[in-house]
Ligand binder design. Sequence first.
Ligand SMILES: [Zn+2]
Ligand SMILES: [Zn+2]
Length: 160
Amino acid sequence: MYCRNCGKELNPKAEVCINCGVKPLVEKKFCQECGGETSANQEVCIKCGVRLRTMAYTTDGSTMNTNFSGLPPYWQQEFRRILESNEVYKGKWNWPAFFFSWIWAFTKGAWAVALIILCIGTPFSFVTFGLAGIGIAIFMGIRGVYLYYNVFVKDKQMPF
Ligand SMILES: [Zn+2]
Ligand SMILES: [Zn+2]
């Protein structure tokens, strides 16, 4: 493994580069696999062919997965907008999340929220549970994208 800031070879478990002091996967100047030079908008290393990895860090120092390239374009675009707005933007209205609430949450890996909803409602909770169900459905419609963002990017189960 190589530091993406200075290109020096590192212990793969190193949290900070001992040469430059930066977290190894934050910058975009060198390939983490072969140490070859890379440019900021490159997604794959042209010397060794591996996908370039970039990590961002939250204010509390935990890592964020900012490699969205495996996701469908809709999610890449939404996640980028959320990230670039520093999470002021929290994603647009999501119909699948509105309709399928806990099933949708499960498929996105947001099991904690899915279980909470499951305890109060059904997939079409607005049918069975009247106003409370409508509330859940609307919450999921509004916050669904941000919920998935938290799971995927920050490895956090709750959308706040
Ligand atoms: Zn370094
Ligand atoms: Zn490389």
